[in-house]
Design a protein around this ligand. Structure first.
Ligand code: AMP
Ligand code: GLY
Length: 427
């Protein structure tokens, strides 16, 4: 099979790493890819959201299956455009991608389809939105920009001053452009978060194991939110009982809702859940694999990933199953100094090859913000690497992953030392 991966981050490197192991693979390509992906795939310099040129290229190259990594091209309608041209795609069309692309659409559908989620109100006007804050009696409240904001459009405000500032940034300063035309003001939920990810053909679901990411920049989950500073799988809080409730209350009503509206959803459904005292609420749905959750999940998959994604894209997962190892996996993100605010790029990275050789079969270094400059690998983004290890138990996986991080060097490298702290506490 000739396969194209759209995207060029750590999640796409993880997908490429796994797909490259498939005996069904004839050729693997990525657009735009990155230097890590280039070790296993041919990278073509077309941006992930340049739908027209991607389509022309995929037709020329006779691509059998296109796998879309990030949300933006899906929200823009990549899958519809490819399908119209007769190309097979893993990823929902524009209608289904609204689930992630529009917070208002998503919250309204959750309410309509009876999916448990925080109470909310929608505003197009700054003054009205500000007045609404009084209802929270000075307590915490969540402010969300309506559209895609690269994971930065959500503020969990501890009180009205912070909430008002977030409203101002979104609606007046237009920090996220047109994503700030509308806001959702939401009741703040507390508890522990879990990411639950399933592959669907629109009719059935294949669940991945649970995972948990660490969004805050500093240890102890302090400081501003990032795209994710690390992840691990499984998340011990997510018991079999909670999994059953989640299937019944979070996944099936969504699939049935899609069906009732004629939305043919083929791809990933990612539910970000808040769990408190055995009760589940959906914080958010995404329509793609989590990043860095994918880095901690995919190495645990024993089955071939390619036929699963191909069958989902083809609309028929019947008879397919995914087998997983019981070994936990941990991904630690190594970031540039200054991230998630401004940071410098272009620092040489050393030690990846050595770490991968020494840890062969138990360690993988997934590249996110990297580039090649004059034949050397250099930093090129905020989140630079997703160093990942797996082992027979969590403490061993942690020893392994931090041993690897300590050997990888670039100027200003920063990483959290407490990834998986919740799972360790539970043991
Ligand atoms: P993202 O998934 O990047 O859009 O980030 C959203 C994050 O904001 C979630 O993972 C939570 O940490 C937080 N969040 C969103 N909605 C709520 C809510 N209603 N109550 C508390 N935290 C929330
Ligand atoms: N790690 C969170 C996300 O992918 O949205």
């Amino acid at each position: 099979m000739r396969v194209l991966i759209v995207g060029g981050g750590g999640r796409e490197h993880t997908l490429a790493w796994k797909l490259a192991q498939s005996p069904l693979l004839e050729k693997l390509c990525a657009a735009p890819g990155n230097p890590g992906i280039a070790k296993v795939a041919e990278c073509v310099d077309i941006a992930a959201d340049d739908i027209e040129n991607l389509k022309i290229w995929a037709l020329e190259q006779k691509i059998d299956l296109t796998i879309v990594g990030p949300e933006a091209p899906l929200v823009l309608g990549l899958a519809d455009s490819f399908r119209k041209a007769g190309l097979k795609v893993f990823g929902p069309g524009k209608a289904g991608a609204q689930l992630e692309g529009s917070k208002v659409w998503s919250k309204r559908k959750m309410k309509k389809w009876g999916i448990p989620s925080a109470g909310f109100a929608v505003f197009d006007d700054f003054d009205q939105a500000r007045s609404h804050l009084a209802r929270f009696y000075g307590g915490p409240v969540v402010i969300k920009a309506e559209g895609l904001a690269a994971g930065k459009g959500v503020t969990v405000a501890s009180g009205p001053a912070e909430a008002e500032q977030a409203l101002y940034d979104i609606m007046i300063e237009r920090a996220f452009g047109s994503a700030g035309d509308r806001v959702v003001i939401e009741q703040c939920l507390s508890g522990e978060e879990v990411s639950v990810i399933a592959i669907t053909d629109g009719k059935s679901l294949i669940f991945m194991p649970s995972s948990q990411d660490h969004k805050a920049i500093y240890e102890g989950d302090k400081g501003p939110n990032t795209g994710g500073m690390g992840a691990y799988s499984p998340a011990p809080i997510y018991t079999e009982e909670l999994a059953k409730i989640t299937e019944e209350q979070v996944f099936w009503p969504l699939l049935n809702g899609f069906k009732s509206e004629g939305i043919d959803f083929r791809g990933v459904i990612y539910a970000g859940l808040m769990i408190s005292k055995g009760e589940i609420n959906v914080l958010e749905y995404n329509v793609r694999f989590g990043d860095p959750e994918a880095q901690a999940l995919i190495p645990r998959l024993k089955s071939d990933l390619l036929p699963l994604l191909d069958a989902a894209a083809g609309g028929d997962l019947s008879g397919r199953e995914a087998l997983w190892t019981g070994d936990p996996a941990v991904c630690v993100v190594m970031a540039s100094k200054g991230y998630p605010a401004s940071y410098e790029k272009g620092f040489p990275i050393e030690g990846i090859d050595q770490v991968e050789q020494e840890g062969a079969g138990r360690v993988a270094v997934f590249q996110a913000g990297t580039a090649e400059k004059e034949g050397r690998l250099v930093t090129n983004g905020g989140r630079v690497l997703g160093v990942t290890a797996w082992d027979s138990d969590l403490p061993k996986a942690l020893d392994r992953v931090y041993g690897a991080c300590d050997q990888i060097k670039f100027e200003g490298a920063y990483y959290r030392r407490d990834i998986a702290h919740r799972a360790l506490k539970r043991k």
